[in-house]
Design a protein around this ligand. Sequence first.
Ligand SMILES: [Zn+2]
Length: 271
Amino acid sequence: MKNLTPLFYCFFSIIACAQENFNLYYEETENGFSVLADNDEYSPVSADITFRLENLKSSQGNNKIFVVPARTKKHKITNLDVVDRSKRVKFGFETSFNFGNHDLKTYDTNFDYYLPFEKGSTFWLSQGYNGATSHKNENALDFKMPVGTKIYAARDGVVIDVEDSYSKRCTDPECAKHNNYILIYHNDGTFAEYAHLKKGGARVHRGDQIKIGQFIGYSGDVGWATGPHLHFIVFLQRIKDRVTLETKFLTGNGSKSISLIEKEEYTRNYK
Ligand SMILES: [Zn+2]
């Protein structure tokens, strides 16, 4: 089931715009100001910035999406140069930003994902891509499994975000706000989310490098759900939404990868 995307808005005038791990700020230059970003996240961050300028000209335009690479300091967004030195200057901007490269179009469509559970186990796909219950227009997979089932990484990556503090489950979409999840960034620019984990069920932390097939936490029944399961998605993150993707998985002994089908059972008998 769908989670709310973290999305931050800042409206300000000549002050820094700060969220815990992403900062927009300015420094004075000979000709005006330089707008800079520090990104302490483990993925790129995209920021949609609209400048409101008086007697200043932006070298990169007034309304644009800027992509700031992961773990960078003082990334140059734009220069704001004074137009007429005899007049006053004023500036402000509005921005919204989110994880990921908003402009990313291509990714590895041939990657063979691991089933996200333990070798030797079998689980039922209770809901598949675009499923009628809660996956309308979403390429999401629900693996039905008891609370406390071990979850394994479907692909290598770095942990971007972890939430496992919630304990409540309900069948109202409102409950998506109280979801537990692990969010992992892959090297092709896609993300994976493993959702509905049990309270305190994550065994990884933000910044951890994860290997495919690595144990990462325990499944649960938290957030917007109708019963215990693992909700798994791979997606491209846009500033305001997620583009969920169909992927292929190795099944059985791992000799071939297939698209998973709703109401089928799958076994992981590899590695
Ligand atoms: Zn689901």
